[in-house]
Design a protein around this ligand. Structure first.
Ligand code: T5A
Length: 224
């Protein structure tokens, strides 16, 4: 059995990850690929419970270290019970956020040591890394405004703008470090254009064609 591919979607609040995950799932299924769509934190019963605790604004104060460990506890469960079995069965796994989010939020946003995150990544994931990561990038205000249309903000969404600016910088740094894996898609444009850019990347992964200008990998870019 050929192992499936592992694709992750990343980006700040409200940039369009969930919307585009559904689009990619349809696109792959049209190419007869069996897809498991999932998310982090979450993806199993236990991990979804951890997600609820992590997002709940009314939780007791959660320390940075507790938050980091909860993210990786959920991830460990998710990998063992969902991601690895699906990949081993030849299915493709599409995941709404994964460990780049930890580098961005707990590393960039909360200032946790990168070496600590790396240690947990190696412990929990072994050799597992995404084959492709689509980083949907937009100015922070754009994502917050889109997310705000849903009404209530969760524990992360209630952070200050400066927190999300740090998250965005950390994401772009990840893309700079891993230009082969992480493709930046400009998310501050009409959805049809975002999806055209995404399908270009997916076509390349499927061996069907090239990439256009709305996608870039890794080089240092300005934040606007
Ligand atoms: N977290 C997670 C960590 O801190 N560390 C970790 O390791 C992990 C894994 C999870 C939270 O956990 C944190 C980060 C997060 O704060 P989440 O639900 O995954 O939360 O993340 P959110 O960003 O809150 O998810 P959202 O659902 O808010 O955002 P999405 O999925 O990016 O956006 P989406 O698709 O729901 O779109 C938002 C709105 O914008 C519209 C959509 O229709 C929708 O209304 N939209 C567009 N409008 C105009 N133009 C476009 N191009 C549009 N694209 C989408």
């Amino acid at each position: 059995m050929i192992r499936g591919k592992f694709i992750t979607l990343e980006g700040g609040e409200g940039v369009g990850k969930t919307t585009n995950l559904a689009f990619i799932k349809d696109y792959l299924e049209q190419h007869d690929i069996s897809v498991v769509a999932t998310r982090e934190p979450g993806g199993t019963k236990l991990a979804e419970k951890l997600r609820q605790l992590l997002l709940d604004k009314k939780s007791e104060a959660i320390s940075e270290q507790t938050e980091l460990l909860m993210m990786f506890a959920a991830r460990s469960q998710h990998i063992k019970h969902v991601i690895e079995p699906a990949l081993a069965q030849g299915k493709w796994v599409l995941c709404d956020r994964f460990t780049d989010a930890t580098y961005a939020y707990q590393g960039g946003g909360r200032n946790m040591k990168i070496s600590v995150i790396e240690g947990l990544e190696n412990l929990v994931q072994g050799n597992l890394r995404p084959d492709l990561t689509l980083l949907l990038d937009a100015p922070v205000e754009v994502g917050i405004e889109r997310a705000g249309k849903r009404g209530v903000f969760d524990r992360f969404e209630s952070e200050q703008i400066s927190f999300f600016e740090s998250v965005r910088r950390a994401y772009l740094l990840q893309a700079e470090l891993y230009p082969e894996r992480i493709k930046i898609v400009k998310a501050n444009q009409p959805l049809a254009d975002v999806q055209r850019a995404i399908s270009d990347v997916i076509r390349t992964l499927l061996g069907l064609g090239g990439m256009n200008n709305a996608v870039s990998s890794g080089r240092r870019r300005s934040l606007k």
